[in-house]
Design a protein around this ligand. Structure first.
Ligand SMILES: *Cc1c(COP(=O)(O)O)cnc(C)c1O
Length: 396
């Protein structure tokens, strides 16, 4: 049978692999040899499941959105990752990785962050586990996302402002990799999405796959069948989407719709629609689709949503697009913003701007009345209130 899961060599079709400097070979190889063994051990499973339940608050509800369903003429369920501790799906991954790091005898945790959401999720689990935490963040982002910097510091993390390049996410990632190269034996690098060298994309997808395991169970209870007709999610690096689709990847009854950030429009020069604009290349250790210029230099992406402006995309998603297993839709800033206000007024849920991109794909779909749609609300909108207020004021 054809599978869209990772193969033995760490590839999804022609995407993935581990393109890393020699000095990290041992580290990544060690993780590759051990991650499945650790994740399948009884002690890991017990601790992970317990923390997801009592600390994160799982299972997250699968909420039937009645008024939203009426608007689009189908049955729409929302997977409520916004209700997790720290306000998004990212905590599922950081809890899992810190448990793996501890079982591998690591003493020190490093992470990269763009908007600061992954940094906060990492600092949170480091406080929980009493481990040293260093978070690399572009200086531009440190200034833009000050509230998250304050949260990380309150949680006990050291935030290192990165002043190379454009001083944003890709520069922070480069700096984290540099740190890892200097401390390969005692340091564990918690990557925040389904990106980076193998085994990270597969490991993060597995940790987030709790989302689709729950969807299966909850749909069976609420709909009498354990699969939907459509799964919809936004993609930055791809982790909430990977978690949403994981157990349905090879089930062709289920259509997959991924929403990427169109920014001001995909041909405006200010966009983060990596799947549609990207060309094959290597970024942060994986072969995937990359926004790059003629010389192969990475182009700075743009989106109103800080969590979606990564110039690469997870190799799983590059392959899903290449093989047409998933439909990829670009949702522009204003479409996402309008969708955020729609959800708020129809259902009383203020979504994260990232999640609003998945909602912004709804008007571009053509549903049948019997269609069952599951859309993942990856996070809550508290952090985006200044953007929402600014948009409303300028629209009037
Ligand atoms: C970080 C973030 C995303 C994007 O990351 P993925 O790895 O693509 O899921 C989406 N939604 C929220 C709320 C986020 O914080």
């Amino acid at each position: 049978m054809e599978t869209y899961q990772v193969d033995q060599n760490g590839y999804y079709g022609e995407f993935g692999g581990a393109y890393i400097p020699e000095i990290l070979h041992q580290c990544v190889e060690n993780l590759r040899k051990n991650y499945l063994k650790v994740m399948e051990s009884d002690s890991f499973k017990a601790e992970f499941i317990q923390l997801l339940k009592d600390y994160v608050g799982r299972p997250s509800p699968l909420y039937f959105a009645k008024r939203l369903s009426e608007r689009y003429g189908c049955k729409i369920y929302l997977k409520r990752e916004d209700l997790n501790h720290t306000g998004a799906h990212k905590i599922n991954n950081t809890i899992g990785q810190i448990l793996i790091a501890r079982r591998m005898g690591k003493k020190r945790i490093i992470a990269e962050t763009g908007a600061g959401q992954h940094g906060v999720a990492t600092a949170t689990v480091c406080a929980l586990m009493n481990m040293e935490c260093v978070v690399y963040m572009g200086k531009t982002d440190v200034e833009r996302q000050h509230a998250n910097v304050q949260k990380m510091e309150m949680l006990g993390a050291t935030v290192v402002p990165v002043t190379s390049g454009n001083m944003t996410l890709k520069d922070a990632t480069n700096e984290a990799i540099r740190d890892w190269c200097c401390h390969p034996s005692d340091t564990y690098y918690i990557i925040g999405s389904t990106v980076g060298p193998h085994p990270y994309p597969d490991m993060v997808a597995r940790l987030q796959s709790v989302i689709s395991a729950e969807i299966k169970k909850q749909l069976l209870e609420q709909e009498g069948r354990d699969y939907p007709d459509y799964l919809m999610a936004c993609v930055g690096g791809g982790s909430n989407a990977a978690g949403t689709i994981y157990h349905f990847l090879d089930d062709e009854r289920v259509k997959i719709v991924l929403a990427e950030a169109g920014g001001l429009g995909i041909f405006s020069g200010k966009s983060a629609a990596t799947i549609q604009l990207g060309k094959k290349g290597i970024i942060h250790g994986a072969r995937t689709l990359v926004m790059q210029n003629e010389d192969g230099q990475i182009e700075e992406p743009y989106s109103v949503s800080a969590g979606l402006d990564y110039p690469g995309i997870g190799p799983m998603h590059a392959n899903l697009s290449e093989t047409h297993r998933a439909k990829v839709i670009a949702v522009n800033d204003d479409e996402a913003l309008d969708a955020a206000f729609d959800l708020t007024r129809l259902e009383g849920i203020i979504p994260a701007l990232e999640s609003a991109h998945a909602l912004g794909a709804l008007p571009k779909m053509n549903f049948q009345p019997t269609d069952v749609v599951v859309l993942t609300v990856s996070g809550r909108g508290d952090k985006d209130m200044p953007t929402y207020i600014h948009y409303k004021m300028n629209k009037k």
